[in-house]
Design a protein around this ligand. Structure first.
Ligand code: GLU
Length: 279
């Protein structure tokens, strides 16, 4: 079977060495026989900037990478994500949540030992208990809301325990409940990372997802979404994260480490490739 991988950066800053490591790793896994795709993950329109998109193409080409065209740009596919949300909604797996962050914090503060997940404290479920009429009235009144996955119901849709295979960590048992009733869409961003990435990996027939191990936990949830939506299960390889001499991982805010600043200093793409192998 042909290996199909993707590198999926978010254009919210310039690429740094960590991105170079991840992109090169991904392309290498595809190999000469496989397919390497690039996807622009720009759903958060408040944070993305067009010059960062251009810079992604430029920096990756400079590194010597090439990818299939056309590139899938997530902001051009909000209709697709809406269709997926509609499907989940029709299955009774979503509910509108009107809580502000402050209200959630107040509610959580009242709970002794409130459970935490990979993204912080779990939603206490306040709006899960709203009646159908209350939901309708509040939406009609123009209240802002997010759409949350009813995790307990969603897990009940699965036909049995869920697993995935990670080429580095081995066979994994998915425990999506660690996310609680996770947000799958917001008013200002009518989708979410979890929903769009799971859908796009399916649409693009990605069969090997390579990404940094900082996103390892997300796969627990993605595996559940795949099950509910009837998507094929890809293999994964969550690779190690590149760290600087200080032991800290590279971050976008660390301007000195961007690929373009290194290029301006006269560092060659080969030198970068050599520096980032072995993650
Ligand atoms: N867009 C995500 C990021 O830049 C990566 C998504 C993924 O590889 O699943 O962190």
């Amino acid at each position: 079977m042909t290996t199909i991988t993707r590198f999926a950066p978010s254009p919210t800053g310039y690429l740094h060495l960590g991105h170079a490591a991840s992109a090169l790793f991904c392309a290498k896994q595809a190999g000469a026989q496989g397919r390497f795709l690039l996807r622009i993950e720009d759903i958060d329109q408040t944070r993305v900037r067009p010059e960062f998109v251009d810079a992604i193409y430029e920096d990756l080409s400079w590194l010597g990478l090439s990818w299939e065209k056309p590139v899938r740009v997530q902001s051009q596919h909000f209709d697709d994500y809406q269709m997926v949300l509609d499907r989940l909604g029709d299955m009774g797996l979503l509910y509108p949540c009107f809580c502000t962050r402050k209200e959630i914090q107040t509610e959580v503060a009242r709970i002794a030992n409130a459970p935490h997940g990979p993204d912080g404290v779990l939603y206490p479920g306040t709006c899960r208990h709203c009646t159908v009429d209350e939901r309708k009235d509040r939406i009609a009144a123009g209240e802002s809301y997010a759409l949350r996955l009813d995790m307990t119901r969603a897990i009940k849709q699965a036909t049995g325990p869920l697993f995935w295979y990670d080429r580095k960590a081995g066979k994994q048992h998915a425990t999506p409940e660690i996310f609680g009733d996770v947000v799958l869409a917001r008013k200002e961003t009518p989708t979410s990372y979890h929903l769009s990435v799971t859908h796009d990996d399916h649409i693009q027939a990605i069969n090997l997802i390579t990404r940094g191990e900082d996103l390892f936990f997300a796969s627990h949830l993605h595996r559940l979404l795949q099950e509910i939506l009837g998507y094929d299960v890809p293999e994964y390889h969550h690779h190690g994260l590149l760290t600087g001499a200080d032991g800290k991982r590279f971050a976008k805010r660390d301007r000195a480490k961007t690929l373009r600043s290194m290029r301006e200093e006269g560092i060659s793409p080969d030198a970068i490739c050599n520096q980032v192998t072995g993650i």
